[in-house]
Design a protein. Structure first.
Length: 174
């Protein structure tokens, strides 16, 4: 008889998804929940955060506030709760983690315990014309497991639904 020494969790696998509150992260979360359900895997939802040093931003000296850090950690946990509320992952075990640190490093570390890492194509970075953000690029280059990049859905167009006729456009008479 072949004995498997792996725990049930290891046999089921883990799908890791990084979120940041962006539209592409929301799409990545929905995709990863569906994938975890198909695989019978656990879903690990990770949000990385870094403290904001308001003293430096306001022209003061460098003095990170732990109160600021705990407020940010609480905000990160609230983001996770809001993002996963009503998530359609019937039967999927969902674990959420708010982790202080640089997003690529946090996600790559979390992916070390996963079978698949899912990220949105772009977060809240300032270069909106890029197809991939810096976090997703670093995850693809450095993660030891497969990485899926999910794009945000395009804004609803005014095109007709399938099966509907397109509205006629009128031209002004010459």
């Amino acid at each position: 008889m072949n004995e498997n020494k792996n725990s049930n969790e290891e046999m089921r696998g883990v799908v890791v998804v990084g979120i940041d509150g962006s539209a592409s992260a929301a799409a990545a979360l929905r995709w990863s929940a569906a994938e975890a359900q198909l695989r019978g895997s656990r879903l690990l939802v990770v949000h990385a955060w870094t403290p904001v040093y308001t003293d430096v931003l306001l022209g003061g000296g460098f003095s990170p506030s732990r109160a600021n850090g705990s407020e940010m950690h609480n905000a990160a946990e609230e983001l996770l709760v809001r993002a996963t509320a009503g998530l359609d992952g019937d039967g999927v075990e969902i674990e959420c983690r708010a982790v202080e640190g640089n997003a690529p490093e946090v996600l790559i570390a979390a992916a070390a315990e996963g079978d698949l890492l899912v990220v949105g194509s772009r977060g809240h970075g300032g270069f909106t014309g890029l197809l991939l953000g810096s976090v997703s690029q670093q995850c693809v280059r450095r993660a030891d497991c497969p990485v899926v990049i999910v794009h945000a859905p395009k804004p609803a167009a005014t095109s007709p639904e399938p099966g509907e006729a397109a509205p006629m456009q009128r031209r002004a008479a010459a």
